[in-house]
Every structure is written in C-alpha cells, then in structure tokens.
Design a protein around this ligand. Structure first.
Ligand code: PLP
Length: 401
C-alpha cells in the first residue's frame, strides 16, 4: 500500500453520484445511441456561449503581444480586468468596489475554496442550508472545517429558527446559493434581510465575525418578470461573493470566475489579504489570462437564457400535468421534483428503465426528491416526456384533466 493522504485518496476514488450517472449516460449512449438516452444528470450549459466570446478570443489573440497574451497576470488577476468587473458591479448594484476588492479565480469552485480557507481556521464551522451544492462539504472539510447543514422550510427557503439555534461560537461562515442548485429557488429581498439580521445579531452576541459567502454562478439565470436576485453585500457587510461565468456565458470548461470582498466590511483589506494568501496557499494564482481578458470584453453579456426559460416552462407544465410534485424554479436550470417513492435512489433506478437519467436529492442533503437538469436541447425534453408519463403511471399517477 502506498502511503498517501487517505482522505484525498478516498475523494479521488469515490465519484459523486452525479458524475457516476453522467458516466453511465455516456456508456448507455455508446451502447444504444445518444438519441435514445435522456440524460438530465449534469449542469453543463446547453446554450452556446454568445458570439462576443469567440470574437473577443480572436481579437485578443490577434492584437495582444504574445508575452502578455500567454504570460502571468498578477496573482489576483489583471488590474484592468478587475477594474472592469468592479465598475460593472458598481453600475448595476450600486456598490463601491474597486479592483482591489476583486480576486480572479478558476471558477466558482476555486472562489469557494479560497473564500473558506481565507476566513475560517481548522475546527470552525461553516453553515449552509439543504438542499445544497454537494461540493461544499468537500471544500469545507478541505479547509479543516465542519459543514453544518440546516433544513429549509417547505418552500426550500432558509429555516431561520434552525439558523438561530445552529450558529455557535465556532461558526465562521454561512454559505448561500441563490438561484439555487438543485432547487432553482431564488432568495428574495425579505429572506436576505432576515438572514442579515440573524447574522448581525449573532456577531454581536459572540463578538466575532460571521461571514456570508454568496455562491452566485446562476445570478443571471432568472426567468420571470419581478424575480430579482438581491446583491448580498448591499444587505450584509461581511460578505464575499463567489461568482463564475461557467453558466452565464456557458464557459464551464474555461474555468473563470472571481471573488468580490465587500468594501463595506470593516477592515476589508485584511480579508482581501487573506483571500490572496489562501489563493497562494492553494496554488490558485493568476486565473487563465486569456479568459480574464475575454470575460472583461464580454462584461454584462450572457448566453441566450430564453432557451432555459422555455425548457423550464415546457418541463414544469408537463410533469405537473402527469402528477409529479415539482418545485417551480425561478432560476438556474434544475427542477427539484418529489420522488414518486420514498427512496429517491430506487426511483432513479426505476427511471433508468425508460433511459431517464437524473439524480437523487439525497446527495444535496434533501431526501425524497430528485434533481432534473434541464440545460438540454428542447427536443430532448419533448422526446423524453412520454417516458416521464409512463414512469408516473407506474406509480398510479395520471394526466390531470
Ligand atoms: N456552485 C454551484 C451552486 C454550482 O452549481 C457549481 C457548478 O455547477 C459551482 C459552484 C462550481 O462552478 P464552477 O464550474 O464555476 O467552478
């Protein structure tokens, strides 16, 4: 037996259930043809990146001297890029960010790991609400912390009673994700105000900082008139925003995002320095330099999100009519659906009979549900619907007249 870090070995060997199903989908596609497999397992954007991305890449490659083009930027990211991002956020959200509040990263995953390492020390607690993005546990434990998962209410919004009870003198951060993966739920202004009030109260009670880490890769993916995603640092001083362009510009493989440290936080410079230090310690310095310039050139642009809205409407209406109990998602590109049997794993297995692939909610900390990713071609949904109807019929559900 090789002597290695057993915990890391275990993480490397054990794939997440989502990856497991994604791999199964690939194997099934090879066996029976991709058109016969309905893979709703993974959050890979189906809408292409907008034209500005490739145009920017071509222009930047043509116009930038190669030492600059492929060279290192500052560890925290190119100063002009960070200023462009800060100016954009200030214009849209009325914030007072400067380039010195921003740290460019390899996507939201890096933003989250860096932020957790920056604010917490081993032995402290990081709190989140179920259902949650499963990697939070891996990231928190990687920082030597414990992830405390709290329940949500029936609408999958934070349970504030549980929060008040759970925050302890060991709590260093609360992670929220809105629009949410896996539920698609958006936290409105009232929720954010309540959250900020609880955290402010607890900070005073314990005389220590409690940070709010806002994980926001889906910020722009909201579909209805009147649904807005409050900008968290306008409500709570000790906020770090973890953003990525993986979903908004459909660039998940390009690994580009940022951390914004709120300038309203007293002594924010210390937190920003800790972010730079955590980035250094984790080896997350100098995010891909070409992509930094590309996202700056495309600032404020998004992929055509109307496709996701159409998918959501089609899928939600159809599944509801077949008797499924679906949380109507305001954002992101996932449906969170009540499992038709108690054991969501068994339900996912049964769905495989129809080549329908989706993932159990248990992996997101919420048993009894499944997550269906609708970032797929609309045609895939249309062709999968009869199978969903047959699956519902197996459980005695039928089309509502
Ligand atoms: N946070 C949430 C809620 C996500 O759904 C994802 C990816 O699916 C990430 C973070 C990681 O994003 P990135 O690919 O930008 O690292």
């Amino acid at each position: 037996m090789k002597s290695v870090n057993a915990k890391m070995k275990e993480l490397g060997e054990k794939r997440s259930v989502i990856r497991e199903i994604f791999e199964y989908a690939k194997a099934r596609s090879a066996a029976i043809g991709a058109e016969n497999v309905f893979d709703f397992s993974i959050g890979n954007p189906s809408v292409p990146a907008p034209d500005c991305v490739n145009e920017a890449i071509e222009r930047i490659v043509r116009e930038t001297p190669s030492v600059l083009l492929h060279g290192y930027t500052s560890a925290q990211g190119d100063a002009n890029v960070r200023k462009t991002v800060a100016d954009y956020l200030n214009k849209n959200f009325g914030t007072r960010l400067t380039a010195d509040n921003l740290y460019m990263t390899c996507g939201a995953a890096a933003s989250l790991t860096i932020s957790m390492h920056a604010v917490a020390v081993p032995g402290e607690e990081i709190v989140t609400f179920a259902p949650y993005f499963t990697e939070y546990k891996v990231f928190a434990e990687g920082a030597g912390c414990t992830l405390k998962v709290l329940p949500s209410d029936k609408d999958l919004l934070p349970d504030f009673t549980a929060l008040e009870e759970a925050i302890s003198p060991k709590t260093r951060a609360v992670v929220i994700n809105s629009p949410n993966n896996p539920s698609g739920v958006v936290y409105g202004e009232e929720v954010i105000r309540r959250l900020a009030a609880v955290l402010d109260k607890k900070q005073k009670e314990y005389g220590r900082d409690i940070y709010l880490i806002a994980d926001e890769p889906y910020r722009e993916l909201v579909y209805d008139e009147g649904v807005t995603v409050p900008y968290i640092m306008n409500y709570y001083q000790n906020t770090l925003v973890c953003y990525s362009w993986s979903k908004s510009l459909s660039l998940p493989g390009e690994r580009i995002g940022y951390i914004a440290v709120s300038p309203e936080m007293p002594d924010w410079q210390a937190v920003y320095a800790a972010v730079c230090g955590a980035g250094r310690s984790l080896g997350y310095v100098c995010a891909p330099s070409l992509l930094q310039r590309v996202v700056a050139a495309c600032i404020g642009k998004t992929s055509d999100t109307s496709v996701y809205k159409a998918n959501r409407d089609l899928f939600y209406e159809a599944l509801t009519s077949y008797g499924y109990d679906v949380i109507r998602p305001d954002g992101a590109f996932y449906l969170f659906v009540r499992s038709l049997e108690e054991d969501a794993y068994a339900f996912c297995e049964r769905a495989k009979k129809y080549e329908l692939l989706f993932v159990p909610g248990d992996d997101f900390g919420r048993a009894g549900y499944v997550r269906i990713a609708y970032c797929v071609a609309p045609e895939t949904i249309r062709r999968a619907l009869p199978a969903f109807e047959k699956l519902a019929a197996e459980y005695g559900k039928g089309k509502k007249q």
